[in-house]
Design a protein around this ligand. Sequence first.
Ligand code: SAH
Length: 353
Amino acid sequence: MSLRDDLIARIRAEGPITVAAFMEEALLHPTKGYYTSRSPLGRKGDFVTAPEISQMFGELVGLSLAQSWLDQGAPSPFNLVELGPGRGTLMADVLRAAHTVPGFHAAARIILVEASPLLQSEQAKTLAGHEVTWVDSVHKIPNGPLWLVANEFFDALPVRQFQRDSTGWRERCIGLAENALAFGLGPAAPQTHLAHRLDDTKTGDIVETCAPACQIVGTIGQRIASQGGAALIIDYGDWRSLGDTLQALANHASTDPLERPGEADLTVHVDFETLAQSAAPAAYARVTPQGVFLERLGITPRAQQLAQKLDGHALETHVAAHRRLTHPKEMGNLFKVLGLFPAASAPPPGLTK
Ligand code: SAH
């Protein structure tokens, strides 16, 4: 039975489910979820992420983390953590670039937070030769200073959606219409956590909330503030999100999110305002477009250096990758970087207070 049929049976028996419950099942159902049943990344998969576009992305992230570690006195040992590492490419590039920083490798305890056993085994292959520990939740990261990166992780966390009406908010739900999954609205109910959104919304507007993201960033922020470290959170989204941003991608093309749950990637835009505020008592750096962040870290000289060894098709691909990561009309502006750090320390390089 497909996951779609499972969900239809569940809704028929129990009534409509929230958008968050739908996302959770579609992405992480133990056997039929999108991330638990396939390896979705890369040209042959459904989408390509920044570390899969070019090694330059992970190298520069690695050097920013390593410099931040030096700036805070190079504590040893420390936890080097990635949330949702996909194929493990980003961590492999981080480690290769940071190899030039004396003491970094010896001090780093590599910890990957990954919910999918299938992707854990891909990560193990990519990172063969390194000692790696996997955990399934940030709460299980051992004590100690924490340098962390998360690329396109928060966009996969389940959101609830609320539509404003004249008296309050109605939660957007998924029910049935003629035996197919369909969006609908729950009853009007007061939502105290959305009081601040009454100022910037009007009747009919949809807002999204992501409690798991706030909890995760809260844990990371407390750890960084009390034990030292820094976090780079990279994703698409903006300072405050407005509207329905749920989208599905299969085979590099967008598709109806309700059409094939478990077979298409589901993402939402990240609301960086709530993430930044959840990080207290850690400080946050000004949310910075990915293109600006990478340029400040020297992506163009690095690209020129790599280009010297390339020609023909490989050179064209390399030039296109540099453009794709940085150009405002490609990923350069859509993707943003949020940096977290202890209030008394400097932000990680590439970011400003
Ligand atoms: N960071 C990678 C992959 C992004 S895809 C890259 O940039 O290429 C999202 C990743 O997050 C996948 O590895 C997925 O399995 C993982 N993931 C999604 N939800 C998760 C959760 N709740 N807990 C842990 N990992 C999760």
